[in-house]
Design a protein around this ligand. Structure first.
Ligand code: ATP
Length: 277
């Protein structure tokens, strides 16, 4: 226990013997059914975490799982954009209803509640964290096999709230092939360990560009350090996703579900395997 302990574990990330990270877990809406929750995290912003969350969800849905995405990236919400969702969420006295994507993925994001999706969310940490909790407690999620939580980048306040209040079954770490990766993965790994959440593996985004003429893989960010980092932390590599105009175009068009790719087959297998009863 820290000598500065004020006995309020809800605002503290210290790994101390007297705290149980799961003791703040909140119940979802009584009308919700959610079987498994997967957190998608990155140690820093700009690695394409939201894109990976959307593509993972789209591929789970294609495999026949009822899938949902809870956009916990409150100040940088990009899930509705990736799925081309422009309508607002509705609610009644029972709760708030998620908005369904073209292929039936249930989504909830702060952008579905704002009058204008371009309005910035200028809120302090506790309000942001409270919103994420509401997405869990007040939204009516129907028959969800896999819910993906698109976490805010980094290891701050909101990430802490998600781990403390939502029963996350496992996390997937998203990285990009840059020098900083080992420090960033270390932070994410330590946070998951402190919160007692199993890490299912790492997905590297923007791993390479494939030459359209000869098929050669060009490592634009330099040589990937993923294998070394994965070995240090004994984490499976679940996929290496290329940087490709097809992803950028699908994201811009709000049509991520139309991407027909097999990049996530290993990740799907590992997530299903890690979360089976
Ligand atoms: N592999 C890729 N190839 C091409 N474009 C990509 C790829 N991954 C992401 N992008 C593009 O990069 C932009 C940012 O992606 P995204 O919103 O997922 O980032 P992010 O990491 O979630 O950001 P933040 O971490 O700050 O929330 C999007 O426009 C997306 O289309």
């Amino acid at each position: 226990m820290s000598e500065n302990c004020n006995h309020d574990c809800s605002s503290c990330g210290e790994a101390c013997a007297s705290r149980d990270p799961k003791s703040f877990i909140e119940k979802p809406n009584e009308k919700s059914t959610i079987k498994k929750v997967i957190g998608v995290i990155s140690g820093k912003g700009g690695v394409g975490k939201s894109m990976i969350s959307s593509m993972l969800a789209a591929n789970f849905q294609k495999k026949g799982y009822n899938t949902a995405v809870l956009d916990a990236d409150i100040t940088g919400p990009s899930i509705p954009k990736a799925f081309g969702i422009t309508e607002r969420a509705r609610g009644d006295e029972s709760g708030i209803y998620p908005v369904y994507s073209k292929t039936g993925i249930q989504t909830m994001s702060v952008n579905l509640l704002l009058d204008d999706a371009t309005d910035p969310v200028i809120w302090r940490g506790p309000v942001i964290a409270g919103t994420v909790k509401q997405f869990w407690q007040d939204v009516i999620w129907t028959d969800v096999d896999y819910m993906f939580v698109d976490m805010p980048p980094g290891t701050g306040d909101v990430a802490l709230t998600v781990f403390q209040s939502i029963p996350v079954d496992g996390i997937v770490i998203v990285t990009s092939p840059q020098e900083l990766v080992s420090m960033i993965v270390a932070k994410a790994v330590k946070m998951a360990q402190m919160m007692n959440v199993p890490i299912i593996g790492i997905i590297e985004n923007m791993s390479y560009v494939e030459c359209p003429d000869c098929g050669k893989h060009i490592e634009v960010f330099g040589k990937s350090h993923l294998a070394e980092v994965a070995a240090v932390y004994k984490l499976p590599i679940l996929g290496q996703i290329p940087m490709t105009p097809a992803i950028a175009a699908a994201s811009d068009a709000g049509d991520v579900e139309s991407l027909d790719v097999d990049w996530f087959d290993k990740a799907i297998e590992a997530i299903v395997d890690a979360t089976k009863e």
